[in-house]
Design a protein around this ligand. Sequence first.
Ligand code: FAD
Ligand code: NAI
Length: 479
Amino acid sequence: MELKMNQAFDVVVIGAGPGGYVAAIRAAQLGLKVACVDAWKSADGGPAPGGTCTNVGCIPSKALLQSSEHYEHAKRHFADHGIGVSGLSLDVAKMIGRKDQVVKQNNDGILYLFKKNKVSFFHGRGSFVKATDQGYEIRIDGAETSVIVGKHIVIATGSNARALPQVAFDEQQVLSNEGALALTEVPKSLCLIGSGVIGLEMGSVWRRLGADVTVLEALPNFLGAVDEQIAREARKAFDKQGLKIELGVRVDTVESSKKGVSVTYATAKGEARTLEVDKLVVSIGRVPNTDGLGAQAIGLALDERGAIKVDADCRTNLAGVWAVGDVVRGPMLAHKAEEEGVAVAERIAGQHGHVDFRLIPWVIYTSPEIAWVGQTEQQLKSDGVAYRVGSFPFLANGRARALGDTTGMVKMLADAKTDEILGVHIVGPMASELIAECVVAMAFRASSEDIARVCHAHPSLSESVKEAALGVDKRTLNF
Ligand code: FAD
Ligand code: NAI
């Protein structure tokens, strides 16, 4: 095959997920000549930039969470508002079609942004060929094959779902996130292995739509990384909804046939169980993706997990080669990938890009939502930090009552001596939005008193953040 050797760039970004496409745009804004290479194909074989996040992650999962929440509200909660619904029906194919449209709008949006910022987009798989005096040669295998050269390379190739050793994904019966987001009918019964973020979000979607959902988790504690009190509140709510979560299990065998999937496992007490379900979702974490990247062609160092080794500034072991997002250490979150992408672009342009890894918020988009930033109470205890706690239940918040959604609380942890906020943990309505104020406050090293003194609109859920701050000084007004 003839190779076209035509273009040299200041920066070549491999991968157009949130880490890559944002790095490409920021580098172009800073006056650099930028190419971005991405292999993802839409159903018709065309480009679909946006990575896992846009195609089979954040965006489609939130579209289905929204649709399924509407359905559940119509079925269970509208009556409380005096609204009767008769003949309620569900068209899963249409729901999935809407989700696909939302994804496509995001794909098209990124292609538009590339054009607007003069980023050259290449649709195909990029791999390292060799280092030269001009930079690194990247071969692109797409509809045609070409070679481009970049003085700097930003690797943003993301991650893939981890499979169980017992069974491979077939996306028919044994599903990764991809299959779990594309079911065209509601399974009668669904098992999810892993009660992490995907297990809870996808479990919620299909439970709301009518599936009998069981989540099997290896660890003895529910949501171990979450503040224990918040995790307990969330667990209570999920139990009430009928999401069956079994902790401390050991999955032994998984057998898949056209009829369904049979999972044998040992319970926490060591009892042997078999679960027969229509579909199985395996959500036991993700692995960094360096498939076909040609890392060895240039001597790029990987760590023992297969992630690309980087320092705190996302520099790899090779001068001019950077890596960001899920393919490197740290939490696998879209906003973390974006922050790293921007910071790397700025460093390449000679600026001082910065990411504060202590202040990356987490959100689990279940109902109630779970969101947090900073340290948990159990971390502060084990670090021997003296702290004060303030909390406020949504039950005592006027807006939450009006919404009809009073589950959960805001909990704020502040340094006992300086009053600096050390962590905020929320379970409840719109926790995903409420956490932003807390991240900003912590970025400015605010004290709980700072938040307590700020006027918050009434009636709003955000008053619960202010009340939790007041609670640190034991002076909540409404509880
Ligand atoms: P990715 O988004 O994985 O993008 C990598 C891109 O690189 C892909 O397009 C891939 O095709 C391409 N690529 C790989 N190798 C090559 C190559 N050699 N040549 C060319 N292209 C290549 N995070 C959140 O913050 N919030 C959420 O709500 C959220 N929800 C999620 C829901 C699900 C179901 C899943 C699976 C993940 C979710 N995440 C969420 C995590 C989030 O999707 C990832 O953290 C994020 O996508 C990582 O971005 P990235 O740019 O590092 O990689
Ligand atoms: P996860 O790391 O969140 O959870 C995996 C769970 O599986 C853990 O609780 C783990 O103990 C359990 N597990 C591992 N092996 C097991 C086994 N053999 N049997 C039973 N349980 C087992 O991973 P998940 O849910 O797959 O999601 C991957 C990543 O994607 C997340 O860590 C997160 O970074 C990202 N994500 C983020 C979202 C968000 O921000 N809202 C939504 C979905 C995913």
